[in-house]
Design a protein around this ligand. Structure first.
Ligand code: HEM
Length: 522
């Protein structure tokens, strides 16, 4: 064997050894990595979770009234519970402490919204505020809503609208007395009228088209935020087609779009007509309504790097209609329901309202409301027991985070059970009882600082419409109890009142509330 050959063989041997070494170390690294990965997987400390079924996970646990079913489950599994809704990781939050972790301590992590197929179609590809992804677009849209419509100053400016509409409601009830009136219907029309007059310059509830719009809005909020297979179990998306849900969503989205196009066109037309009559000087007139402001931004193309397109305008209008009407009237409906079931509370509130006005024929006006402590307590107690959106609006985690010692992964959907928190016996004495007095000497409020009472959510994505909604609720309730004595039709007793809730995102009464009014002033 010559020297060269020896070197080659030696080299070959070295190479073979080297390959062995390399293969061996790769194998070891692979094993170590797999071990580490499996360890890190098993090490994830997820919140407690009930047993689940293959494929659908915990979907079968939601039942007809998810806020009730989730409350029951939370009593067993705790205030932070992990569920698998189809393929969607879900965190259910059921205590004030846990809610504060989500909406205060980790608000920035949880300020996104999950995306659903239904919301995508109904809300113009998430171009509104309520489901827009967290970011600059959402920030700008929200600030337009607040500055132009929902700030305390703006809400004060719509005082005349609320006072006129409350007076009109009282008149309507008087005219129908002693027949039973459908309070649910009357409250819905009133809130719709207040919102449309304040935001869009006129009412949309009158005549045949008004009736059609109300029906459409009911369908819209009925399916908004609802369940669809495509979102939770994408491989079963075909069921949405077969069941007719997809066709229904498409129809409601199309009909709503036609209505909203009408609102936009009407405003563009009236701009044109006013401009023809008065020239350019009217553009900045302060009689502009919300749609006018949106159209102003739309026409400017880009303001501070932000622009809004026509779909964005329509998405915002629908947010205001859907977010502002259904929720607000629900408070009035449940407040009157509870007052009819609790004649003592009704009497106290009537005495307060009747004591506030100087003469019998005067209506309660907004200046009087600050002195009406019992009224405010009745509304808080109603919101505690009947939060209009019991599961609030779902949030989504933007990144991995640890909450109360549990791992929560990025993309996890968060459902906060505001209804369960409002009935938590750890926070509330006689939690199931309607007792407005509990709020009389208490500083607890619903504005998002007291996590035991969060009907409007809290934090960055908390409801911006609190002042708008409360101004209407307080004034209407005060006047309706001041002006009339109330009883149930056919001498029925309050405790026989059907308390069944409807299903959907906003929970109002399943059967409308009928009651008989007798004027206290005639
Ligand atoms: C009693 C009446 C109302 C209730 C109970 C209510 C409840 C809520 C809740 C629970 C949220 C989600 C909060 C969160 O994620 O933390 C929300 C968001 C929202 N609400 Fe309200 N709301 C009411 C009235 C209104 C009114 C009158 C308007 C407007 C006219 C409005 C507009 C909105 C909007 C635009 C959002 C989305 C905010 C965002 O994602 O940034 N709401 N509301």
């Amino acid at each position: 064997m010559n020297m060269n050959m020896f070197i080659s063989l030696q080299w070959l041997e070295n190479c073979t050894n080297l390959s062995y070494v390399l293969a061996f170390s790769l194998l070891i690294s692979f094993l170590v990595m797999s071990l580490l990965m499996s360890k890190s997987k098993t090490k994830k400390n997820l919140p407690p979770s009930p047993p689940k079924l293959p494929f659908i996970g915990h979907m079968h646990k939601l039942g007809v009234y998810p806020h009730h079913s989730l409350h029951k489950l939370a009593q067993q599994y705790g205030p932070l519970m992990f569920l698998k809704l189809g393929s969607v990781n879900t965190l259910v939050v059921s205590s004030a402490e846990a809610a504060s972790e989500i909406m205060k301590t980790h608000d920035l992590v949880f300020c996104d919204r999950p995306k659903s197929n239904v919301n995508k179609k109904l809300l113009y590809d998430f171009k509104d505020v309520s489901v827009a992804p967290y970011g600059e677009y959402w920030r700008q849209m929200r600030s337009i809503c607040v500055l132009q419509l929902l700030s305390n100053k703006r809400v004060q400016g719509f005082r005349i609208v609320r006072e006129e509409e409350s007076a009109l409601l009282v008149k309507k009830i008087k005219e129908r007395s002693p027949e039973a009136v459908n309070l649910s219907e009357l409250f819905m029309t009133l809130t719709n009228d207040v919102v449309s007059r304040a935001a869009f310059g006129r009412k949309y509830s009158g005549g045949e088209s008004g009736e059609k719009f109300r029906k459409l809005m009911k369908e819209f909020v009925g399916i908004l935020g609802g369940f669809d297979f495509g979102t939770f179990l994408p491989s079963l998306a075909w069921i949405d087609r077969v069941s007719g849900l997809e066709a229904k969503v498409d129809r409601v989205a199309r009909e709503m779009d036609e209505f909203l196009e009408g609102v936009v066109e009407e405003h563009l037309d009236s701009h044109k007509r006013v401009k023809e009559l008065l020239g350019d000087k009217v553009e900045n007139e302060n009689r502009e309504d919300f749609v006018d402001v949106l159209l102003g931004i739309y026409k400017q193309d880009m303001v501070d790097g932000f622009s809004i397109d026509r779909d964005g305008i329509k998405a915002l209008i629908v947010d205001i209609f859907a977010g502002g009407t259904d929720t607000t009237y629900t408070v009035l409906e449940w407040a009157m329901t509870e007052l009819l079931r609790h004649p003592g509370a009704m009497k106290k509130l009537q005495n307060e309202a009747r004591g506030i006005t100087k003469s019998k024929n005067e209506i309660v006006c907004e200046d009087d409301l600050d002195k009406m402590h019992y009224l405010k307590a009745v509304i808080k107690e109603t919101l505690r027991l009947h939060p209009p959106i019991p599961l609030l609006v779902p949030r989504q985690a933007r990144e991995d985070v640890v909450v109360m010692g549990y791992d929560v992964g990025a993309g996890t959907m968060v459902i906060t059970n505001g209804w369960a928190i409002g009935r938590d016996p750890e926070i509330w004495d006689d939690a199931e009882e309607f007792k407005p007095e509990r709020f009389l000497n208490s500083s607890i409020d619903f504005k998002g600082h007291d996590f035991g009472l969060i009907p409007f959510g809290s934090g960055r994505r908390g409801c911006p419409g609190i002042s708008f909604a409360m101004a209407t609720n307080e004034l209407v309730l005060a006047n309706v109890v001041r002006e009339f004595d109330w009883e149930l039709p056919n001498g029925a007793k309050g405790d026989h009142l059907d308390m069944t809730e409807c299903t959907g995102l906003t929970i109002h009464r399943k059967v409308p509330l009928f009651a008989v009014a007798t004027s206290n002033t005639s």
